[in-house]
Design a binder for this molecule. Structure first.
Ligand code: ARG
Length: 405
């Protein structure tokens, strides 16, 4: 019996070429797995048909949107996940889920090899391979695009000579899921130029955005958004809705120079309207509810989480400890945040929580204040004592040096 390979199949040129290549050059039987993580072009049936036509012995398609939202995006929200403070990790968070599905399907369908379509220059190869191996170290992992080192022209030629339909992919390299859209390549490779508007799909540029502001409210429970504008909303639906609302109001376009794990600097463009809105609201509510030490500790955890997710370490055991901390601290994050969406801006319009630490009787300059200001001079004396002592000491030293000279 021939060996079987499970291929993570998107229906695009790279992975279509791979179906043929794995059969012809590697003598594999190919099982394809296509996942719906909320990408726009998700005619899963047509993709499966295409795989069949190219000789796949079995084609699997799965809608994993809810699993993605509940287990991966929700962790992104609890952790305010942002790589280099700007990128909400949309592509990065989907990879460990895809690896998990691939491993499970490989085991069910008797495949000893998992194949993915990443190149050798990006972060995704790292995420797939570490995740797959962490879940089942006996599986082989191969990445033909990287390992064959075929360029786009060679691939197109291979496709032509093997009767593979060449999909119109546009000029950019795009990865999409419900948490965001990543766009690379073509003129985006030149950071000295503005990202052209034809790279935008979800977000209107500010000058074309709605001219009337849109007010929204988000209710959080244990750190997760549960209601939008007063109506309960399941996370997948809320994200879809906020992607539309945000996009219409020019929110969520991110232009960044990014440091990839593989040491390359790259110019990336992202569209993540829902992620930007939800994380902004979540952080605002946190600032009302957490004390200063809790916030500092959380920021540290948030950054470690983001770095680990970006670097493909979702399945590292340290992640479990981070999640315990985050669940504990997020159990306090209950309340409502009101926001105004307007031409690329997310403006806070009020925040409230039963766990609020804000005490107007302490902070007010008006009547009814309870803060005993007479205690402040003593506090300042003690707090500043070391600074004062250091200044005095250094001045004395300076005088001595001048006298000795
Ligand atoms: N730089 C991002 C990341 O590493 C996005 C990569 C997405 N890939 C793409 N073909 N656009 O998570």
């Amino acid at each position: 019996m021939k060996q079987r390979a499970l291929l993570l199949y998107s229906g695009g040129l790279d992975t279509s070429v791979m179906i043929k290549w794995l059969q012809e050059e590697m003598d594999f039987d190919v099982v394809t797995l296509t996942l719906d993580v909320g990408q726009e072009k998700n005619d899963l049936e047509a993709i499966a048909k295409k795989a069949e036509k190219l000789g796949a012995v079995s084609t699997i398609t799965e809608d994993v949107k809810q699993k993605f939202a509940r287990e991966f995006v929700s962790a992104g929200i609890l952790n305010d996940g942002m790589y280099q403070d700007r990128y909400p990790l949309s592509t990065s968070l989907a990879r460990p889920l895809m690896a998990l599905e691939a491993v499970q399907m490989a085991e069910i369908h008797g495949c000893d090899t998992v194949v993915h379509g990443s190149t050798g220059k990006g972060n995704d190869q790292v995420r797939f391979e570490i995740s797959i191996k962490a879940l089942n170290e006996n599986l082989n992992v191969i990445a033909p695009v990287r390992d064959m080192n075929m360029n786009r022209e060679e691939e197109t030629e291979y496709a032509r000579s093997h009767g593979i339909e060449i999909p119109y992919g546009g000029k950019y390299s795009v990865d999409e899921n419900l948490w965001g859209r990543s766009v690379e390549g073509s003129s985006i490779e030149h950071p000295q130029e503005a990202v052209p508007y034809d790279a935008y799909r979800w977000v209107l540029p500010p000058e074309k955005a709605a001219s009337v502001p849109e007010n929204i409210s988000i209710q959080f429970h244990s750190g997760l958004p549960v209601e939008l504008n007063g109506k309960p909303s399941e996370l997948t639906n809320m994200i879809a809705e906020l992607n539309v609302k945000g996009g219409k109001n020019g929110i969520g376009a991110i232009d960044m120079i990014e440091d990839r794990l593989v040491g390359i600097k790259s110019h990336e463009f992202y569209e993540c309207p829902a992620a930007m809105i939800i994380i902004t609201a979540h952080k605002y509510l946190e600032s009302l509810v957490l004390n200063k030490k809790e916030s500092q500790l959380k920021k540290h955890m948030d950054q470690t989480f983001s770095e680990m997710v970006y670097n493909g370490l979702w399945y590292d055991p340290a992640m479990e400890h981070i999640m315990h901390f985050q669940k504990s601290v997020n159990s306090l994050i209950n309340g409502k945040v009101k926001l105004k969406l307007y031409r690329g801006n997310i403006v806070p319009m009020g925040v409230e929580s039963d766990n609020s630490l804000y005490d107007i009787s302490k902070s007010t300059y008006g009547v009814g204040q309870t803060f005993d200001q007479s205690k402040s001079p003593g506090f300042i004396y003690v707090f500043g004592s070391q600074t004062m002592a250091t200044i005095k000491g250094r001045k004395k030293l300076e005088r001595e040096i001048t006298i000795n000279e």
